[in-house]
Design a protein around this ligand. Sequence first.
Ligand SMILES: Cc1cc2nc3c(=O)[nH]c(=O)nc-3n(C[C@H](O)[C@H](O)[C@H](O)COP(=O)(O)OP(=O)(O)OC[C@H]3O[C@@H](n4cnc5c(N)ncnc54)[C@H](O)[C@@H]3O)c2cc1C
Length: 386
Amino acid sequence: MEVWDGANGSRISFDWSSNLLPGGSSQTIATMTENANLIKGLLSRIESLGDEVSVFSSTTVAAIENGVDHVDGPDLSAWPVLSLSPAASTMTGERGALPKIAARLLVGADGINSPVRSFAGISTDGWDYNRHGVVATLELSPAGSSSLSKPVTAYQRFLPGIGGPIAMLPLPGDYATLVWSTTVQNAAYLKSLDPEAFTAMVNAAFRLSMTDLKYMFTLPSSTSDASNQHGEELSWRLNHTAPESSLPPTVGGVHPRTIASFPLRHRHASTYISPRIALVGDAAHVIHPLGGLGLNLGIADVASLHGTIEYAVLHGMDVGDLLSLERYASERWIPNAKIGAGCDFLHKLYNVPGNGPVAWARGFGLDTVNRFPAVKDLLMKVASGS
Ligand SMILES: Cc1cc2nc3c(=O)[nH]c(=O)nc-3n(C[C@H](O)[C@H](O)[C@H](O)COP(=O)(O)OP(=O)(O)OC[C@H]3O[C@@H](n4cnc5c(N)ncnc54)[C@H](O)[C@@H]3O)c2cc1C
């Protein structure tokens, strides 16, 4: 992975292939998996469990309430009970009545606006970054493209004064994923461009100086003729730009209809548990995407909660009891808070424009870490979750 500062050129390179496993084989620092493929894999694993698991697809949780104390049955007054309804997009056909579900343990994996978290009355702290993350699937020019059989590299360039970093993450074949964190205005501008102009802006963001890149954002987003003004401006400016080492492959195009943007926010729930409730993933914490760690933290939550439930079951404990769940909250809250704070710190550090003392300290820090393989190994181990 190559990470560098667009303002002063300071750089850090991570190369996991230098770390050989005991048998002599090399390791990768991370594997890129598209969310759609991950979900498909998880669904087929659930399917393989057969009748052990009931799946309610195209269904929404319409309400969560406390159950009632049945005179002739169990006391469910402290249990969350879910009312299901067909998702709005699937309301056309006739469907049988959906059951109500009383949960011994309700796991809220329901995102930033978690209805489960609201039901449990768990508060969150946080702020909006006033930035958007622009994402797209990029088509790489064949000469510089990656392939499944070759080791591949991720690239992230911080763009002080432009709003945030741009990252290109390798995908199989001649594709890569783009995540460009930038101001709301810049994000709207990028989304208004035609594919050729968008492609030119991505290449510009990895290659041009901050002054030249800012100028590119002032070009009209649409022209009446078919000229590629952004492409021409980029070519001209590149002729007057000193080439940098270890640049990403040139982007040749953008995959149709893949450009989108998401508001960037920081949130952290005050706790991840309450009686019969556990929160995981974005329901519990939302962080800046510059480390590409949001979903990874959610997966680590799930692994920890799995261990917690297993322990409770093996020791005859009630899995929804607060005492059983405390182990999960104590394992995950502090690590998630540290990573969230680290990403927030980097966001703020790399938003200071110009060549003042902060930029100097930033460059000195990055260049220094780059000279210490032991520190880089430690950072790679943290990033890879090992
Ligand atoms: C621009 C950007 C780039 C990112 N890049 C990366 C990256 O490279 N790597 C990484 O690890 N992370 C990345 N992340 C973070 C990652 O996308 C999130 O952390 C992850 O998607 C959170 O998953 P989740 O399942 O917890 O929540 P969500 O993905 O929000 O899923 C919640 C689900 O709950 C469902 N739901 C909500 N309410 C109800 C209801 N009432 N009934 C039924 N269903 C309901 C929703 O429909 C949704 O499907 C990025 C984020 C952004 C914004």
